[in-house]
Design a protein around this ligand. Structure first.
Ligand code: UCC
Ligand code: FAD
Length: 577
């Protein structure tokens, strides 16, 4: 008998690989959601654009994204004679991604307002399918969107040209933006962490001096940043009220850097295709955009947009790993059957699918609000819910997506751990989403601040929206009454318990509260999807989700009392310092 293993032969079995296909065509849930949210003629238009983009992603953009991942940026700091260059060298694919982003209007489609209040839904649907194939070019685009939004809100005519470049579809005009907030002392606590100072010049402009510790997309054309204005005596005010927001161009008219030194590129776990650098600002020309001392409030226009993009990134990482794992489950056989035939494997995939659907409805609820707000149609209730749910959606989807993507890797067995399948990069790249744009704890506290600033009205607005909208759900399907009651009870308990907390107690429980809000809001949105589409899988998803919603009373009651030192002692047991 001839052996299959001799000479150059390496066996006869080769596993069929998972294929992506058109990521929009394969996402029926997203299609049904968009159909629900959009008027019929707008849906028809957007649907055909997304089908086209999905095909372009499959054929052209995804291979470029892989090329970006394989060719990370490098830094040419000096020429052979020691002269400073600070040249960030990026790949052909990365540069091409910038042009494609402009052509596709990934930012522009949010500002042209072709579909009025629905334009943002179109834009974020594009981002959702684009992100995992974009080689992380979605990161500079998120910041570009945030900068465009900030300029739009400020309505300063002298920045019309900058705004038109950020929102251009012409690759030769399109500019990207950075967002430089983090310094060595702190990225969460920018009020105490910002050391950069701004010195006023006789022409009214400023020169910045400081060290920006994390700058994603170091190759951006402009950036928004924070700094402290110094007075005639060289003093600067400390804390948040000493911070102002500036706009700077990264290059001068002659193409040289604007007195910016790229000190190094970061060596990162993931997002390796993204040039993240440390920057020294040494007399960098900048212009004051905010009122002096209102830097944090002003840059929060940007933060709230980039946090929506972060939510988009987390959800699309889940969707990507699910699309691949689903395809693989039909191709891989174990113990004599395709793995898709094992209920245990399907149950694993179903849990992943559920998280992805819950995140998707939450994202599009916020995107819908954003569109309404920009069209001047948002009610006070919607504004309050928008502010409340933006940090919640970011932290909720980022954290939960890490569990899903990790599970996703396991769906491929050992191959899920092999770099050149491209699958581990989904996990490495996604691990940043809980960290940047505000960590999970910091955003839980941000949510509480939004509640406190509204004197509790943000929670009450969510509760009254739940009552009204779940009432509509029950009107359409009586059998969903128990599921709706469950959500209303959890919301009621949450408000009742949270309103009795001391500030320190609420802060210590901020994460529990934020995740509960995320679960409840997603539950309502999944129920609405189920009754509107009448799709059996949407109904199954809503029921399965609500069965797993956290028992808020139990969770909050069982949390450690704030005054207890038990947890501290447990963590530091044996710590030698
Ligand atoms: O990490 C970064 C990554 C860039 C890449 C992005 C890619 C996106 C995804 C791509 C696809 C995957 S850039 C750096 C991001 N850094 C952060 O997110 C900082 C996290 N820390 C916080 O958010 C903190 O809560 C701070 C910095 C906002 C806290 O600062 P303060 O000064 O202590 O803040 P206050 O006192 O709470 O707020 C000052 C003012 C208040 O307004 P007034 O004075 O009118 O009462 C707040 O209400 O700012 C207002 N404010 C806000 N308003 C603060 N935050 C917000 C907000 N989110 N929305 C509206
Ligand atoms: P810290 O603030 O030191 O946080 C450390 C830990 O303490 C965290 O777990 C946090 O949750 C916890 N913590 C902090 N405060 C509290 C509290 N009050 N209660 C409970 N827990 C708390 N920044 C930019 O400005 N621009 C960029 O372009 C940019 N790009 C980035 C790219 C990458 C790849 C990465 C990894 C980061 C980037 N960042 C950028 C920085 C990022 O925004 C910060 O790292 C992040 O906001 C956290 O700040 P920190 O690193 O100072 O962590």
């Amino acid at each position: 008998m001839r052996s299959a293993f001799h000479h150059s032969k390496i066996g006869t079995f080769f596993q069929a690989e998972p294929r992506l296909g058109n990521p929009y065509a394969g996402d029926q849930f997203l299609q049904r959601l968009l159909k629900r949210l959009l008027p019929a003629e707008i849906f028809a238009d957007i649907h055909s654009d997304l089908m086209r983009l999905g095909k372009r992603i499959e054929d052209e953009i995804d291979p470029l994204g892989i090329e970006c991942e394989m060719n990370p940026p490098s830094l040419n700091q000096t020429d052979p004679w020691g002269k400073r260059l600070d040249e960030v060298v990026t790949s052909r694919a990365w540069k091409r991604m910038k042009d494609i982003s402009a052509e596709e209007g990934i930012v522009a489609s949010g500002y042209e307002r072709k579909y009025g209040e629905y334009s943002r839904i179109h834009q974020f649907a594009k981002c959702l399918i684009f992100h995992p194939s974009s080689g992380l070019y979605s990161c500079p685009l998120a910041m570009t969107d945030g900068a465009a939004k900030t300029l739009e809100v400020l309505k300063l005519p002298q920045y019309n040209e900058v705004y038109s470049r950020l929102t251009s579809r012409d690759p030769s005009k399109f500019w990207s933006s950075g967002q430089w907030m983090t310094e060595r002392r702190g990225g969460s606590d920018v009020a105490n962490g910002t050391e950069t100072v701004a010195v006023k010049q006789t022409d009214g402009s400023y020169k910045l001096f400081g060290y920006k510790w994390f700058s994603s997309a170091t190759d951006a054309d402009i950036s928004l940043t924070l700094a402290r204005i110094v007075d005639d005596k060289g003093h600067a005010q400390e804390g948040s009220s000493g911070l102002s927001m500036f706009l700077l161009k990264t290059r001068k008219e002659d193409g040289s850097l604007n007195n910016i030194h790229v000190m190094k590129l970061k060596n990162k776990l993931g997002t390796r295709s993204l040039p993240t650098g440390e920057l020294l600002l040494d007399s960098t020309d900048a212009e004051l955009l905010s009122e002096p001392g209102r830097g944090v409030a002003c840059i929060s226009n940007m933060l709230n947009i980039t946090r929506l993009h972060n939510t988009t990134g987390s959800i699309s990482a889940m969707r990507r790993v699910i699309l691949l794992a689903r395809d693989y489950s039909m191709k891989r056989s174990c113990f004599g059957s395709k793995i898709s035939e094992y209920p245990l494997h399907i149950d694993t995939l179903a849990d992943m699918e559920l998280e992805c659907r819950a995140g998707t409805v939450l994202l599009f609820e916020l995107v819908r609000f954003l569109g309404l707000q920009e069209a001047g149609k948002a009610t006070e209730e919607e504004e309050l819910i928008f502010r409340l749910l933006t940090p919640v959606a970011k932290l909720f989807t980022a954290k939960r997506s890490m569990g899903v993507v990790s599970e996703g890797l396991e769906c491929f067995g050992g191959q899920g751990y092999i770099e050149d399948t491209g699958i581990p990069a989904i996990l490495r790249n996604n691990q940043v989403t809980p960290i940047w744009e505000g960590t999970t704890n910091v955003l839980s506290l941000d949510m509480l601040r939004a509640v406190a600033k509204s004197r509790g009205k943000a929670f009450l607005s969510l509760q009254s929206a739940l009552t009204r909208r779940l009432g509509n759900v029950v009107e359409k399907r009586k059998d969903l009454q128990p599921a709706c009651d469950r959500l209303l009870k959890e919301m009621e308990t949450l408000i009742e318990m949270a309103s009795k907390f001391e500030v320190s107690e609420a802060m210590a429980r901020a994460r529990i509260i934020a995740f509960a809000v995320g679960e409840i809001a997603s539950g309502m949105l999944l129920l609405e999807q189920a009754v509107d589409t009448e799709s059996p899988t949407d109904l199954h998803a809503a029921r399965r989700w609500i069965k797993n919603v956290t028992d808020v009373q139990k969770k909050l009651t069982e949390a450690d009392p704030v005054e207890s030192t038990n947890s501290f002692d447990m963590v530091f047991d044996g710590y030698l310092g």
